[in-house]
Design a protein around this ligand. Structure first.
Ligand code: SF4
Length: 334
């Protein structure tokens, strides 16, 4: 007899801080938030776009809901539900609670002797959110209201989707709720590699993925991003780079993040260190993709092993966020 976990049991198996009335949302402090507080550096999103890591809420409205089981996923994909289960918390409440969760998770930091007091004080007032911790956020039905509620609080939004739900992307645009920066993940270049690498949990998702790319191409937005995860022996070959170049051209994305797989979390059980490329591999892959697509190799962040490609000079010039406009003069201080 199959053993089916309840939502509560699934949550107990994941290492996050769950919040909201039904506890389907969760936050976690990322390594770079901690490093920024102690002056040890910033996340690549600071280098590429001006995101202040110590003021960025990393969270997900639905960490146990995802319709893929990617081989490189650092989470426990065996607990993923491909469709929504359980109650749906109100978007405004989740936004409020996500700010509280972020402050709660940083509670211990004022006591750390290396914490920079000014940054600690700034972190009490987050101005960014990365909706990307775990799970597939477009499965949360109230996503447009969620994005609007963050923007009402003048918090910038980076939304990372796996591309499986073009209907939600269209809805975000129709409801004037596009995130500050919209990402689609890119790790497979055709249907066969998609099935092997991203292991969809439902039929027809490659067609949905292509629809999402086509949505991206026509979307009325100028901060569209493809985020690649590249691993040796998986998707880092001449054939795959040729396929990725076709996808990049098809998407029209302003930015492409050429990022290496890192053997962390549960992915180590499926892949491990032999699959981990070096930063030099990423530089080489970025150069190859740039030649094939005419994109510009623009920036890199060695500790995260990621290289940024910009579509053209305009995208390159606009890549840093205009924080004063987005978050308000008083809150945009450095
Ligand atoms: S789409 Fe994201 S959360 Fe879902 S399995 Fe892949 S990496 Fe993990």
């Amino acid at each position: 007899m199959a053993f089916i976990l309840t939502l509560e049991q699934k949550r107990e198996r994941s290492p996050y801080y769950y919040f909201g009335p039904s506890k389907h949302a969760a936050a976690s402090t990322c390594l770079w938030t901690k490093k920024a507080l102690t002056g040890e550096g910033y996340c690549y999103k600071m280098t590429f776009y001006g995101i202040q890591s110590h003021r960025c809420i990393q969270w997900s409205p639905c960490p146990v809901h995802c319709n893929y089981a990617c081989r490189f996923c650092w989470r426990d994909t065996s607990i993923h539900s491909p469709v929504w289960e359980g109650p749906i918390d109100d978007a405004e409440i989740l936004v409020e609670e996500s700010v509280k969760a972020f402050n709660h998770l940083l509670n211990g930091y004022p006591g750390n002797k290396n914490t920079i007091a000014k940054r600690m004080e700034q972190s009490r007032d987050p101005i960014h959110t990365a909706i990307s911790l775990d799970g597939e956020p477009t499965l949360y039905p109230e996503l447009p209201a969620l994005i609007r509620a963050f923007h009402k609080r003048r918090i910038t939004t980076f939304l990372v989707t796996n591309g499986s739900n073009p209907a939600m992307l269209r809805l975000l645009e129709e409801e004037d709720s596009l995130p500050t920066q919209v990402y689609i993940s890119l790790s497979a270049w055709d249907e066969a590699s998609f099935k092997t690498i991203q292991q969809p949990l439902q039929p027809g998702l490659w067609a949905h993925y292509l629809e999402s790319l086509d949505w991206m191409r026509q979307a009325n937005h100028d901060r569209r991003v493809l985020r690649m995860t590249l691993a040796k022996g998986l998707n880092l070959s001449d054939e795959s780079l040729e396929g990725f170049a076709n996808i990049i051209r098809r998407s029209g994305a302003e930015y492409v993040e050429v990022k290496s797989y890192t053997p962390v979390g549960k992915s180590r059980l499926r892949m491990g260190p032999d699959f981990a490329p070096t930063h030099e591999d990423m530089q080489q892959a970025a150069q190859t993709l740039a030649k094939k697509t005419d994109y510009l190799v623009t920036a890199e962040h060695k500790p995260s092993q990621v290289v940024l490609l910009c579509r053209d000079e305009k995208a390159k010039t606009n890549r840093m966020l205009k924080l004063r406009e987005l978050c308000g003069e008083q809150r945009a201080y450095n």
